[in-house]
Design a protein around this ligand. Structure first.
Ligand SMILES: CC(C)(COP(=O)(O)OP(=O)(O)OC[C@H]1O[C@@H](n2cnc3c(N)ncnc32)[C@H](O)[C@@H]1OP(=O)(O)O)[C@@H](O)C(=O)NCCC(=O)NCCS
Length: 138
């Protein structure tokens, strides 16, 4: 069973390790290696803008909306079960004016947001060697 709960300190290291996980790195523009200290600092500022998905009481994914910009990740073991959709529905209730910036090659994320009723509103173009520009996110 999927439940979406507020972020708490006990989830901070789950979020950090999932964001650092090489198995999900391709979905994000930035490859990161967040230290526990960096995470602690970040969560003290933005932790209340995150939600966590539990599947049978185990942390399975997270979503955050910072300056309206969504960041989402579901652990590979729990992908394809509706966790991402549940997270997006919940964050849009909390922060209704949020949006997503997605790499053009991230087909699963594009499909997910489209399935949640999002549409393409603008295009970001860059001369850098990447498909879209994003902020360094968690
Ligand atoms: C993108 C991501 C969050 C999707 O999470 P998820 O829990 O697997 O998504 P859901 O199970 O809720 O899928 C909901 C819908 O999204 C679409 N979708 C999700 N994954 C998909 C995939 N791999 N291929 C095609 N469509 C996909 C489908 O329409 C799906 O509905 P359906 O199962 O009824 O067909 C997850 O793959 C992920 O964490 N990826 C790595 C990090 C990342 O890319 N984050 C996004 C950065 S913008």
């Amino acid at each position: 069973m999927i439940s979406i709960v507020p972020n708490e300190q006990r989830f901070h290291d789950f979020i950090r390790r999932l964001r650092n996980n090489p198995a999900v790195a391709a979905g994000f523009v930035e490859t990161v290696n967040i230290t526990p200290e960096q995470q602690s600092d970040y969560m003290s500022r933005f932790g209340d803008r995150y939600l966590v998905a539990l599947v049978d009481a185990q942390p399975a994914g997270y979503i955050g909306s910072i300056d309206r910009d969504i960041r989402i990740c579901v652990h590979p073991s729990y992908q394809g079960q509706g966790v991402g959709k549940a997270l997006i529905d919940a964050i849009m209730e909390k922060f209704p004016d949020s949006y997503a910036r997605i790499k053009t090659d991230n087909k699963s994320s594009i499909s997910l947001f489209e399935a949640c009723g999002f549409h393409r509103a603008f295009i970001i173009m860059t001369r850098e060697n990447r498909q879209e520009v994003s902020q360094k996110d968690e």
